[in-house]
Design a protein around this ligand. Sequence first.
Ligand code: FAD
Length: 395
Amino acid sequence: MTAAAANKGMDGDTFDQFLEQLERYVRERLIPAEKDVIAHDRIPDEIVDEMKDMGLFGLTVPDDYGGAGLNTAQYAQVVKTMAYAAPAFRSIFSINVGMFNSAIKNGGTEEQKAEWWPKIAAGAIACFGLTEPGSGSDSAAMQTTAKPDPSGNGWILNGTKRYITNAPHADVALIMARTEKDALPKNAHVSAFIVPMDTPGMSTGSPDEKMGQAGSHISDVMLDDVHVPGDALLGAETGKGFRFAMMSLDNGRISVGAASTGYARRALDSALRYATERKAFGEPIANFQLIQQMLADSETEIYAAECMMADVTARADRGENVIRKAAAFKVFASEMCGRVVDRVVQIYGGAGYLAEYDAERFFRDARIYRIYEGTTQILQLQIAKHMLRDFAAQG
Ligand SMILES: Cc1cc2nc3c(=O)[nH]c(=O)nc-3n(C[C@H](O)[C@H](O)[C@H](O)COP(=O)(O)OP(=O)(O)OC[C@H]3O[C@@H](n4cnc5c(N)ncnc54)[C@H](O)[C@@H]3O)c2cc1C
C-alpha cells in the first residue's frame, strides 16, 4: 500500500468548535432520544435530517466536493463523540464516512469523485457489500460475479451479499465482485462496482433481527442480472477491488476502535453514577474497594485506547501505512469495550441484568465490535503476519 499524502484536515479552531457543538448535541438531543430509537427500532427522520444538516454524512469528503474535509484524527474524534450515544446514531452515517468514502478516495476516478462525493456529502446513504452467505473472514472467496455485458456495454452482476449495514436505507452500494472465475494472486479476481440501489435487479431482504444496536439495520442485498455501465467500475480498472476494500478497512477499523472507546466511556460514566447512588451495607457501593477496582481498571483501559487512537490517527494523517496499528487499535479497543461493559453490568448488580436499566443494552450493543470489520482472530493473524514479515525483512 502506498503512503498517502499528509492530511491536514479542518482548521483546528473550527474543528474544536464543531466538536463542542457535537458534544452538546449528543448530550441534549441524541441521548434523550435513545429510548424512542430503541422502542421503535429506528432513528426518527427529523434526527437523520439534522445529522445531514450538521454535515455528519460527509465528514471525510474533501471540502471542495461539499464535505467537511476532516482528517483521520478529527474523524475518529467525531466518531468517538457520537458513540457516546446509542450506536445507531453512528451507524447510519458510518459507511458513508468510512468504507465507501475511503474506497472512492483510494480508488475512484476523478469522474467518480465528482459524481459521488457531493451526493454523499449531501446525505445520500451508502452501504458496502463484501460479505456473502458463504464468505466472511475469507472474503476473497466471494461468489458474486461481474461479467462483461455481451453487448459490450458495461457489466452484469449476480450474487448475494449478507449482513450489509444500512442496506435497507441505502441509495448506493459499493459491491465487491469476481471479474475472474478463478482466484488470482493478490486477489486480483475481485473488482469493485458503484451500484445505485434503484438499479433494476437490485433488491434487499428484510432487516435481520440482531442482538443489539437497535435502530441500526442490516440485510441481504440480492443482485439479479444487475446491469451497470462501464464507468461503475471503481478506478476504471479490474482486479483492484480487494486492494481498495482492504485499504478502506483500515479506516473502518479505526472507526470501530473509536466507537468502542466512546461507548466504553459512556458505560463507565453510567456505572460511576450508579455506584455513587446505590447503597449496600449502609453506604454507597462506590466506597467498596472491589467496586473501585472495576472502575479504575475500566478507566485505565479506556485511557490506553484513547492513546492508541491518537497515535494511529496521527500516523495515518502523516501518510504512514497503518495496517498493523489500525488492526491493533481495533482489537484492543473492541475487546476493552467488551470488558468494560461486562464490569458495568457487574457494578449494577441485579439491575445490570434488567432491560429497564442501561447496562444490559450496553452489554449487548458492544458485542458486535469484536466481530465486524475483521474479527479479533483475523486481526490477530494479520498483526502477527506483518510482525513476522517485518522481522524477516530485517534479515
Ligand atoms: C451487525 C453486522 C454488520 C455488518 N456489516 C457489514 C457490512 O456493512 N458489509 C459487509 O461486507 N459485511 C458486514 N458484516 C459482516 C462482518 O464483517 C462479518 O460477519 C465478519 O467479517 C465475520 O465473518 P463471518 O460472519 O462470515 O464469520 P466467519 O468468517 O465464518 O468466522 C467465524 C469464526 O471463525 C473465526 N475464524 C475464521 N477464520 C479464521 C482463521 N483463519 N483463524 C482463526 N479463526 C478464524 C472467526 O474469527 C470467527 O470467530 C456485518 C456483520 C454484522 C453482524
